[in-house]
Design a protein around this ligand. Structure first.
Ligand SMILES: C[S@@+](CC[C@H](N)C(=O)[O-])C[C@H]1O[C@@H](n2cnc3c(N)ncnc32)[C@H](O)[C@@H]1O
Length: 456
């Protein structure tokens, strides 16, 4: 176990102070307003291809993908399709010189990659995500565990009697047979009565096992339905297999209680529930502007978590506008008055052919407003001199390339941050559909590195 060695003393005074600041942080402090500094930036151009400070980082190409999360302790418990690797987080943290008891945040925390990697280095990790699935997964991955407690809880879960499965949404009845649902709920009922970190641990294990049996099979940003005969007799074994892997991971990587603070909370990246000037570094990846909708990819998982169909729809509407169904958020009118649509965005929108789907222009405009609002929050929560890394991918719509990395750099400056450098990690092929119609044109995937000006 790694616990007890490097961080045996628990939180330092600074860490304790910061932890209490977080606990007592005002619900939503006054937004960071530094728009004076941003005047005229809308006219400025960040041409990453020509910018001297931009670096090709082919060494990071593999770190832009989730491949090595699938065999890494804790990370492998539940992976998101578009996560970056913990290696990317480590590279960024190595590049920065954060205090050894620093605070690292992720405002779109997804499956918790940043949080686990930061925690492994003894840093305080604060994750925020709109999805209850992300919060459950993140909470499970960063928790401290006692193996005896987990073993006791496992015995309790496995010995609980079969129960009638509750009335479930139609989608779940299509994804699983009645017998499969009975098995899943026989495990889920006792899991819901568990306390402390055991509960998210077993919920994540069950979701991970149940995915293997779902007839809604993820396929890119969607899922396709498949058919096969009942497999209810295999579910318990699959659950136990997942649990034994997770317990082995806990043995390999654990922290003792209080070693450092780590939380994953449900929050909107456009309105974070923490105090200003608190965070030393932020590493994140917002959903890409390629119509990707996490509430669809994880629809079954959200229903099994207990969300109603109406909750999933609400989540879809409230998420960042990376897809056409997300709606304009309320309450940001005043902040958006200062927003200037970036020149490169306007150029891309003007280049869209007249027959392009009109919704594309609408969601792209919304997407960059949302990125801007999230960057205002980043500028607010970073301490002076704090650093941020936005991992973004350029996208192509109706044959027009949208340089998301350059636009993000420009929006960061509008939001009061400084653009330092972009690491261009790799060029991705475009989607098959686009490739057929418009030919091959690769899209950059970059890390946009930003900072908040140090106090004078
Ligand atoms: C690209 S994923 C993050 C992947 C993450 N880096 C990881 O390692 O798994 C984007 C996340 O943004 C979340 N999200 C979408 N809209 C959001 C919002 N308005 N506020 C916070 N999170 C949001 C989604 O639920 C999803 O988990």
């Amino acid at each position: 176990m790694r616990s007890g060695s490097r961080w045996a003393d628990g939180l330092s005074v600074r860490g304790r102070l910061r932890a209490s600041l977080i606990r007592w942080g005002v619900a939503h402090p006054a937004p960071f307003l530094n728009h004076g500094a941003a005047a005229g930036i809308g006219e400025r151009r960040h041409d990453l291809a020509r910018h001297d400070d931009n670096q090709a980082r082919p060494d990071l190409a593999a770190a832009a993908t989730s491949k090595d999360l699938r065999s890494a302790p804790r990370h492998q418990w539940f992976c998101f399709p578009h996560s970056y690797s913990y290696r990317l987080v480590n590279t960024v943290l190595d590049h920065w010189d954060l205090p050894s008891d620093g605070i690292v945040a992720d405002n779109f925390s997804g499956s918790g990659t940043t949080l686990v990697a930061a925690r492994e280095r003894g840093l305080t990790a604060l994750g925020f995500d709109l999805s209850p699935l992300s919060v459950t997964v993140g909470t499970a991955k960063i928790a401290s565990y006692n193996l005896l407690t987990l073993e006791r809880a496992l015995r309790r879960v496995m010995s609980a009697p079969l129960v009638d499965s509750p009335q479930v949404p139609d989608r779940l009845s299509r994804a699983y047979t009645d017998a499969e649902l009975r098995e899943i709920f026989a495990l889920l009922h006792p899991i819901r009565t568990l306390r402390g970190s055991s509960r998210p641990f077993f919920v994540v294990a069950l979701l991970s096992a149940a995915r293997q049996f779902s007839r809604a099979v993820p396929d890119g940003g969607w899922f396709r339905w498949q058919e096969w005969a009942d497999r209810s007799t295999e579910i318990r074994d699959a659950f136990e297999d997942v649990i034994s892997q997770m317990m082995a991971d806990v043995q390999a990587l654990n922290w003792s209680e209080g070693e450092c603070t780590a939380t994953a909370r449900r929050a909107d990246a456009r309105q974070l529930p923490i105090s200003s000037s608190l965070v030393d570094g932020l590493i994140t990846s917002p959903p890409y502007a390629n119509r990707h909708d996490y509430s669809r990819v994880f629809h079954m998982d959200l229903l099994l978590l207990g969300e109603a169909e109406s909750d999933v729809t609400r989540l879809r509407h409230r998420s960042i506008r990376s897809h056409v169904e997300a709606k304009s958020p309320r309450g940001f009118k005043r902040l958006l008055e200062a927003y200037k649509p970036p020149l490169l965005l306007n150029e891309a929108l003007q280049a869209l052919p007249p027959n392009a789907d009109k919704r594309v222009e609408r969601f792209l405009r919304g997407y960059f407003q949302d990125i801007y609002l999230s960057l205002i929050e980043v500028a607010r929560i970073l301490r002076p001199g704090g650093r941020a890394a936005y991992v973004v991918g350029n996208v192509r719509h109706a044959g027009v390339m949208v340089p998301v990395d350059e636009i993000t750099a420009e929006l960061a400056e509008q939001a009061g941050l400084e653009f330092e450098v972009a690491w261009i990690m790799r060029e991705r092929g475009n989607a098959a559909q686009q490739m057929g119609r418009y030919g091959r044109q690769a899209s950059r995937e970059s890390v946009v590195l930003l900072s908040k000006r140090a106090s004078p």
